[in-house]
Design a binder for this molecule. Sequence first.
Ligand code: UDX
Length: 415
Amino acid sequence: MASLGHEVVGIDVDEAKIAKLAAGETPFFEPGLGEILTQGLESGRLSFTTDMSAAAGAQVHFIAVGTPQRHDGTGADMTYVNASVESLLPHLRPGDLVAGKSTVPVGTASRLAELIAPTGAHLAWNPEFLREGFAVKDTIEPDRLVYGVSDTTGADDTATLDAVYHTAIAAGTPRLVTGYATAELVKVAANSFLATKISFINAMAEIAETVGADVTQLADAIGHDNRIGRRFLNAGVGFGGGCLPKDIRAFTARAEELGKGESVAFLKHVDEINLRRRQRVVDLAVDSFPDHINGHRVAVLGLAFKPDSDDTRDSPALDVAVRLKGLGADVIAYDPEAIPNARRAHPQLAYADTLDDALTGAETVVIATEWKAFRDLDPHTTRDKVARPVVIDGRNILTPTTWRDAGWTYHGMGR
Ligand code: UDX
């Protein structure tokens, strides 16, 4: 936002995070974020604080806190959204715009609009669609903008948000102005659709495994139908991260509260198919040994839920490593960026400093995240490092014939 010319103050209750940001350090790995943060700080238009009173005087207040999965496994935890709006209330002036970006259960925006109404401030819901790994680009050049606004102040609030996103508006980015409930639903509907698309192709992978078909060729063939499209049809160890898994569960929980559980009951299958694929990778690793996996060295390549991210929240890769360790395997895990986060959550796992260290002496190699460094592995030189040339390609990123020709036992997902 500072790079778009706005004067921006970032506020958080986490003092360590604010101190890092103020010093120009990103608190997590995201390509391009460090550069744009430095530029923002140097421009003098960007600052960070834990002092909520710094919000006073701003024309627009974005609520961008997390809505993680509740500990009971269902629904979104609204603690941070509620707390941030409560602490903002004393600083709001008539005509200010509060713009929600968090992914929330449908019905939240109208509740928050009532809460802030006595201050004279307005509320808009402006869902965030960025992908990790592409966060900067997706923010500066979004696919679309969605503004959920009220009937009474919607025209003013739309103009305010257009001024915020002036570069995207000037570039002709599609912009949809809706009511609150629609804007809230757009986000969970989009993520549910994406999750469903991935589980659909993973379900096809299960069938392909039974009949000896190749799901990657199947995806290429059906993907040429542009009503279907090839993107998000990559079968593998399944989806993870801070959004897709928790969003489909929270949406299911909210739909049940609304008496419409039946409408999204299929999302339970989407979730189940997804979790089965993690077990499939574990089973392939177990079956790669004639005896018990206990004590055998297994290299797990990848811990982040996707490449170009250090995020291990609900990561299928980390889950596979933990399950294999639980079975007694001598797991050595490697990821270019995610080891610190993985180690915090699972100190019992052994982590390699380098890709070479992970490969050296491995009896089975499991690829669990599609980092470019793993995609670029050479089957011949890699073979010289391992104790036994067995690879389980949990992301279907290697060419099976090339690896088999180099002497490897290759197992893909649905191929
Ligand atoms: C997602 C949405 O894409 C984004 O629009 C929303 O704002 C937040 O949630 P993100 O969680 O960053 O973004 O990751 P995404 O690229 O969607 O991938 C999600 C998971 O699906 C990853 O674990 C990825 O490995 C997996 N995936 C993706 C597949 O297994 N197959 C695919 O074909 C695509």
